[in-house]
Write a protein of this length. Sequence first.
Length: 218
Amino acid sequence: MIECRAKASELGLRQIKIVKAEFSYDGSRLAFLFSGDGDEKVDVRELRREMQKIYQPAEIEMRQIGPRDVAKILGGMGACGLEERCCSMFLTEFSPISIKMAKAQGISLNPQEITGMCGRLRCCLVYEYEQYVEARKGMPKRNKRVITPLGEGRVAELLPLKQAVIVAFEDGKRAEFLRHELQPYDELMALQAKAMAPCGRHAAGQCTCGAGGAKDDA
């Protein structure tokens, strides 16, 4: 690794970082793992030729790896304070991670809180994502008007794992309610309007049968 780093510096390849060097078991192959700036591939053919001269007859390989693989190899403390990073400790592959996973879990989108030591979104964002998606099913969306035991308000925050929401009222107060304690405002208003509509058997405004909008199918 020291020799390869020195040659890379001589060749002006300062945009790459030599992360690891490993021989095959029989010594016939020597692989250098390196990372570059961004995701673009770096031309290291000249570096490979120089290293081939030094380590003949072993065949030299230059493998470019991503920032997650670099973090896995280097190890160290995780951004969350864990003594060893998840990728180094137990992860065998890297799952695709998107910003919507943080949004679904109500995690702050501050880059410092959702970015790992590799500079990418933290692997742990995927750990509980499916549970949150399942828990959010059937829950009212943020800013939706609802009817609560304390009156009408708007959903300010979701607590999926508790199956509860925090509702904000017009007077500025906020309160937490379980999902079954809420009624959707729009649906309730639609049902009330339907109940007030005349049925098909009586004149408008003079319905006394209680059919509440039922049509005469006879």
